[in-house]
Ligand binder design. Structure first.
Ligand code: DHB
Length: 311
């Protein structure tokens, strides 16, 4: 049994897409609906449509260790996703998550207001961690700005909602961020982690950066970020009692999903591997996780969630 609950909603299984992958257009989102995912989340929306950065802007790394991207927030504009949410079949058993990534607090307020006014059973996730808009630092790394944003957005959203976080690398940052999140009762989950920001991939032969935007700098994903992801999932699992964590980062098989749940994840998202393999990845990894649970004698995720042992 791979079922789980997030933000009070039931998911038939714990897997879905990492926001940004297979979720910009209705065509992408339809593939997610038809897949064996347990849920789906939309591409981070801005107030207006954005073309995004010039290509190449995403590449799997030749090392096989992961991917690099600097997409630059290409999206259809929030009204497109609001319309999708209005037409979504909520009886389908897959809850719908909507990612919002306003370029300013004012834009986040306007977008949240529009979704709140529509009174839909989808869950809002505010993205505090988009690293790829030149000139815009991530809110997730500015603790005071993040708290100010939550002071405005949490009461406005009223319902349970989540935030998408960048990876943190310092214990004091886990402590400070968790203390802030614990002040907001309707902030019911955090999604950890967004890409590890501003890596650089260089081709050995041509001596050139691999992607075009930002002199080749971009967010890292895939297997190389697994341990950073597990640390962030577990750090927030330990510090946010009564809240939930969605794990994302480094999933290539059922084994990494199992590790995310041991670290404390209530659901697990797939980014790079979904991008490379396509939506059939969900059927494969659900099967792999089921086989692992049978081999280990676990019947439900609750039996091992957060139960990582320490020495
Ligand atoms: C983009 C990347 C992110 O990591 C994110 O959270 C939002 C948008 C992007 O480049 O499109």
């Amino acid at each position: 049994d791979l079922s789980t609950k997030v933000a009070g909603l039931s998911l038939p299984n714990l897997l879905f897409n990492a926001s940004g992958v297979c979720c910009q257009t209705e065509t992408d989102l339809k593939l997610m609906i038809e897949s064996e995912s347990g849920s789906l989340i939309t591409k981070s929306a801005t107030y207006e449509y954005r073309e995004g950065n010039p290509s190449p802007r995403y590449l799997p790394l030749p090392s096989g260790l992961g991917s690099i991207n600097s997409m630059g927030l290409p999206n259809e504009g929030y009204e497109y996703y609001l319309n999708f949410a209005k037409n979504y079949d909520y009886s389908s058993k897959k809850p719908l998550f909507i990612s919002l990534s306003g370029l300013s607090l004012a834009d986040n307020v306007k977008m949240c207001e529009a979704f709140v006014a529509a009174e839909l059973p989808c869950v809002l996730e505010v993205n505090f961690s988009c690293p790829n808009v030149p000139g815009k630092p991530q809110l997730g790394y500015d603790m005071e700005a993040m708290e100010s944003a939550l002071n405005v957005l949490a009461p406005l959203i009223k319902k349970p909602f989540g935030v998408k976080l960048p990876p943190y690398f310092d214990i004091a940052h886990f402590d400070t961020a968790a203390t802030i999140f614990n002040k907001f009762d309707n902030l019911v989950y955090v999604t950890c982690i967004n890409s590890v920001g501003n890596g650089l991939a260089i081709d050995f032969e041509t001596e050139s950066a691999l992607i075009k935007p930002k002199d080749g700098f971009g967010g890292l994903g895939g297997l190389m970020v697994l341990n950073t992801a597990l640390a962030n999932v577990n750090a927030f699992y330990r510090r946010l009692p009564g809240k939930q964590v969605i794990g994302v980062g480094g999933v290539t098989s059922g084994k990494e999903v199992f590790l995310h749940v041991l670290a404390g994840a209530s659901a697990v998202q797939i980014g790079t591997t979904l991008k490379e393999e396509g939506p059939t990845v969900f059927a494969r990894i659900n099967k792999e996780l089921t086989d692992i649970m049978i081999a280990k004698g676990y019947k439900s995720l609750d039996e091992f969630r957060g139960k990582v042992k320490t020495l």
